[in-house]
Ligand binder design. Structure first.
Ligand code: A2H
Length: 253
């Protein structure tokens, strides 16, 4: 854990179509606002490779008014932090439009900004922490061992997790090349460290550490505006572009 505040990028993933169970709850409560799931990431440069998004199936979320036109889905805790950080037009106040269970958000179709596959689905991830970020995690299985391990598990046991297999159908997309692991850093590490499920937390922590360092210090962008450039340079540029284009927000904690 870092000592100073963690500077996340809050990726705005616009709802295209709510899941059947969310639709009934949302009905008439958002006042025509465009609703976004806001995913906290430390790796904005990987957003080209989003394949889905994750929420905690046992976590509670809220839909919060940003202004007259937009609303964000995140945890209550994150909404309070956003209010302090001046994200909402209501000046430090939190305006919750409704509560919604994570399990009901699963199956919602959303837009993943910058992604090569722009429309993705929300899937369940049991290891999402309520105490970190927004409680929404965008999934980049090419570069995140956690995302790859969970996506693989969901594909193997779609029925058990009560998901439609088509929601988990997008394969990892090459985004960054590293000298040691090639174009699929996370899948290669998951295999090398013999990670069989998202419950292999010790090996996953190790894989995460290696993937992060290797990507940051030795990675080269394979796609996007900064193709051919080092990740270290692309990272801040992608973040700033996304924020200035209204595709993301700055979020710290
Ligand atoms: B990262 P840190 Cl490609 N619970 O984004 C569990 N994990 C969470 C979370 C929560 N509530 N909120 C955010 N995260 C994930 C991309 C990514 C991430 C890649 C590679 C590594 C990686 C795509 N998922 O994280 O504990 C988010 O996933 C490994 C560092 O604050 C976020 O960045 O250091 C990261 O964990 C934040 O973790």
């Amino acid at each position: 854990e870092a000592l100073g505040p963690q500077e996340y990028t809050g990726i705005k993933m616009e709802v295209v179509e709510w899941s059947g169970s969310a639709k009934a709850e949302i009905e008439g409560k958002v006042g025509g606002r465009t609703v976004y799931l806001v995913a906290a990431t430390l790796r904005p440069e990987t957003m080209y490779g989003q394949t889905n998004c994750f929420v905690g199936p046992t976590l509670k979320y809220g839909v919060f008014a940003v202004n007259e036109k937009e609303a964000f889905v995140c945890t209550d805790r994150a909404a309070r932090n956003m209010a302090f950080q001046g994200v909402f037009s209501t000046r430090g106040q939190v305006h919750k439009l409704l509560d919604i269970d994570g399990s009901k958000i699963v199956g919602t179709k959303i837009k993943a900004p910058l992604a090569i596959h722009p429309e993705v689905y929300v899937l369940p991830m049991e290891t999402v922490l309520a105490t970190k970020g927004t409680g929404v995690v965008t999934s980049v299985p090419s570069d995140s061992p956690d995302d790859f391990a969970t996506l693989t598990e969901l594909r193997k046991k779609a029925e058990f997790f009560k998901i439609d297999p088509s929601w988990a159908a997008i394969d990892p997309v090459p985004v960054i090349s590293t000298p040691t692991y090639g174009e699929m850093t996370a899948p290669v590490l998951v295999k090398q460290l013999k990670i069989n499920s998202p419950k292999d937390t010790k090996q996953l922590a190790e894989a995460k550490e290696i993937a992060y360092k290797e990507g940051f210090y030795n990675g080269t962008m394979l796609v996007g505006e900064y193709k051919g450039q080092p990740v270290q340079e692309a990272k801040t540029k992608v973040r700033e572009n996304m924020i200035s284009q209204g595709l993301a927000i700055a979020y710290a904690e």
